[in-house]
Each structure stands twice: as structure tokens, then as C-alpha cells.
Design a binder for this molecule. Sequence first.
Ligand SMILES: NC(=O)c1ccc[n+]([C@@H]2O[C@H](COP(=O)([O-])OP(=O)(O)OC[C@H]3O[C@@H](n4cnc5c(N)ncnc54)[C@H](O)[C@@H]3O)[C@@H](O)[C@H]2O)c1
Length: 393
Amino acid sequence: MDWNPENGSHPNGSKGNGSHPDGAKSNGAKSNGSKANGARRNGSRRPRQGIRHVLVIGGAGYVGSVLVRKLLDRGYGVTVMDALMYGDHGIRDLHGHPRFEVVEGDLRSVESVVRATLGADAVVHLGALVGDPACALDEKLTMEINLGATRTVVEVARGLAVKRLVFASTCGVYGADDGLLSEESPLNPVSLYSRTKMESERVVLAMSGPEFLPVVLRFGTFYGASPRPRFDLVVNLLVARAVAEGEITIFGGDQWRPFVHVDDGAEAIIRCLDAPPDLVRGRVFNVGSDDQNHTLGQIANHIAELVPGVRVLYEGGRGAAEANYRVSFARIRTQLGFVPHRSLAEGLTEIRDAIEQGAVADYAEERYSNYKVLTRKGDMLRRSDSLSASVGR
Ligand SMILES: NC(=O)c1ccc[n+]([C@@H]2O[C@H](COP(=O)([O-])OP(=O)(O)OC[C@H]3O[C@@H](n4cnc5c(N)ncnc54)[C@H](O)[C@@H]3O)[C@@H](O)[C@H]2O)c1
């Protein structure tokens, strides 16, 4: 995956012109018009499990923009539904691809969700306010988008006879616990963000049935390059700071987290789309690898090796209510044969090189941080029924 936030390239299609075609508007959702029909008519060249066309909600985001390219490469037709809250940089160059369409809309709008879901065989639901600080800005908005709208998405998907739905949850649902946690461990989320994910998991799994197959993936914290970069994720941020400022500060340092490369996260989603139904129906899988559980102190040491001369400062200790979890990935390894193939060292190097070589001009730019964008645009989002109408790019 190239780190090319300004104009990411993709192997299949021509470069887009950077603008959305002025597609037909319907019920508050904008679509890139003729491509919509073309994409769904052509569908996938290589159907697996009867899935030819995949709707990726939140597909313009950090994970989504990686996933969408992989799906197109593998022959799926793809619709992205997204409010483009952080811009469309991650999917811009895909416009013009014959199996790709965008429905720009707010997933709180039933009409928009229905419009995007029509014709999809599977839904990957990544759309959310993401991250503890971003979600803490406005509890009501967070609940509406992360929990209320998830209910809408699942009900619409089931109602429209979608075969499969993959829901993006987080290992943050485990919260603060010193043991090695499996999918059966008690959940103890310590932030609003993780609570909305825990509650959404229940909504999603409750809809499981013979004709509707939901699966929940609890991802570790992502790192690595994406056409929609994020520098509010701890690994990416620390490396960027180390290179750009020559100094990083670690708060606490003994808190454990599982980490996983964004590329592997996207692969895990595709594994769930391709898997035989009985292996994934109504199941929960942690996504990551046992050897990528690290303390933040260990991450700092890795960065210090990679960026010679960087100063590492430690401040304070870990608060009692702070998330701290080490996770087992045995289930996804043994049952789906899924093992991440990207290492932390590779991810760190990729980000270091992107900053050093200027592929990312300013890692502190607003659009690379969900919290910064939402701090500025929060009022508009609250007042508006349609995020996409209010946010602009
Ligand atoms: N990034 C991580 O480390 C991580 C870890 C665990 C789980 N996850 C989960 O993976 C998913 C994707 O995360 P990401 O890092 O790509 O986040 P992201 O913020 O980059 O992407 C989320 C996308 O959802 C869209 N969106 C948000 N609210 C919307 C709304 N109301 N209507 C339409 N679109 C809306 C945004 O515009 C954005 O493109 C999320 O569900 C997240 O909770 C992420």
C-alpha cells in the first residue's frame, strides 16, 4: 500500500479528477450517478459465497480506503457510503472505476442507508465517530452515530436480504484488565467510544439468522499507511512526532494494547466475506496477533531504535481507569486461519519514511485527526440532519 494521501494510486482504474461527479440526489444522499448502475450491473468477476457487490459504510476512512482498493482488486463491486467528514482524499482517485460508486450521505438517515444498501450482497460497517477523544466531545452525537445508526444499518441490511454484515468493533471493549483476554472474557469498556461498540455488537449479533449472517471483528489499535492517513492513532502519531520534533512523551508506559497493521485489518474483513457461512455466522473474532501486544513503553523503545537521537520523555503513571488490555488472537488464527502478515517494525518504518520523505507534509494538519476536525465542526454536525450537507470538504 502506497502512502499517498494527496492522490493515492490504485492499480485498476484511471486517476480521477478529484471531484465528485454531480450525481443525482435522492433523499439527502448524493451518488455518482451513472457509475452506480454500472457498478452494480457489472458486479464482481469472482463471486465468492454469492457475494459480488459490497457496501462499505465509512469506506472513505482510514481502514475503508485500504479495504475498498483490496475489494476492487479482487473483483468485487464496491459502493462506499460516507459523509466524507474528513474529506474524500482516501477514495478520490477511484472515481471512474467501473465497479466503484460513492453514495455521499449520513448513516443516521434511513433513506440514505436504504439507497446505499440496494443491490449490495454484503455490508461492511466501518462508519462511526472513532477514538475516545473524538467521541467524548458530544455524547448525544456519538450515541446517534455509533449506536442508533448501527441499528438502522443492520435492520436495513436484513430487510433488503443482504447476506452478510461485518461490523467493526474494537478490542477496547475489554477495557482495563491485566489478564490475557479472549472473545469470551468479560467486557469492561472504560470510554464512551468503546461502550458504543460493545452495545452495537449486541444489536448486530441479535439479528443473526439463517438468511442473515452478521460477524463482529474486534480490532486491535491500527497503525500503518492508508490513503486516508490518521495521525491521532498512537503508533502513527509517536513516529511522526519522533521524526518531525525529535522528541516524544509517553504518559504512563506500562499499559498494554494489541496493535495491528491497517492492511491486515482489511484482510481480516475480506476473510470474513469469503469464509464458509457456518464459520462466521454470529461470531466474534479478535483481529491481531499475539506477538503484537505491546506496552506503550515498548513502542517507544522500538521508535527510539528506528529514529536515532529521539528523546523519549515519560510522564505520570497509568490512571486506574485507563484502558489496558492484552488480547489473545487464537480464535481467528485457528478457526479462520488468519495471521497478520505485517510487522510493527514494517509499519513504523513505513511511517517514518513517509514523514522523512515528505509524502505527508504536515502530520499535525487538522484532517489527520478526528478530534481536531470534530472540535471545529461539531456544532454544524449536531445541528444538521445531514452531515454531508454541513461538513463540506
Ligand atoms: N483505527 C483504529 O485503530 C480502530 C481500531 C478498532 C476499531 N476501529 C473501527 O474501525 C472502523 C473504521 O475506523 P477508521 O480508523 O477507518 O476511522 P475513520 O474515522 O478514518 O473512518 C470513519 C469513516 O466513517 C465516516 N462517518 C462517520 N460518521 C458518519 C455518518 N454519520 N454518516 C456517514 N459516514 C460517517 C467518516 O466520514 C469516516 O470516513 C470504525 O468503526 C472504528 O471504530 C478502528
